[in-house]
Design a protein. Sequence first.
Length: 269
Amino acid sequence: MSYYLLNQQRIALYPDGIPNSRFDQADISVENQPMLYAYELEKAKKAVLIIPGGGYARVALQHEGEAVAQRFQEEGCQAFVLYYRLPKKEWWHDAEYAPLEDAQRAMLLIRELYAPDSLGVVGFSAGGHIAAAVANHYDNMHIANPKGLSLKPDFSVLVYPVITMKAPLAHKGSVNNLLGEYPPAECVAYFSLEEQVTKETPPTFLVHAKDDYVVPIAHSLVYKDSLASYDVPHASFFYETGGHGFGLTNKTDTHLWIDDLFTWLDTLI
């Protein structure tokens, strides 16, 4: 059965004004307005927040957003796609925290407005970096949360994710776009997510291709090692080929990672 993105709603993340903005709300262009695209299913109690990639230079809404939301809907899961602010220092104070701030705000809104029984986070490439940050920095809140709702995801799915900000593995484009050319050591450490894993990190599913020369599979491998060192439940789906940015379907392989993901999720939720 195909739900074909039923009941799409657009939810402004900050209807009362975007935090840390250098400009008045009325002067912020549409392309800089963070938004949550909600693909609702009546009575569905499972939900996912989907965070597209784009190297912190753009947001790949269709390829790594809408198509993924449709697939989750077909499994009876409500899906929410995040259009997040890019870390533009000319627009935001503390711009390096803007994408994570938006993801935390999205988690809060989903829990507040929809009250799902389970809420996971799915991220691609740089969106995978944000998702891993959500999974590890859920107690380090960058947003107001007067009701004290949990921002911790029940699981995370990281698809060819950017993980580390440290050389030599770091994806230079993501580092430069997020942290700048000469980032302070504390920011590098904070956003090197392999160093932020604890025993409380939620169960994680990793997807990567071994011939990814944009964001090497070593990113997933160092994160996998960190998860294992803390006995965090995890699984991985590694393609032999496929490169970077294949989204839902790796055209070089007949296997679909998302089928294995749903099988794995059945063991969790």
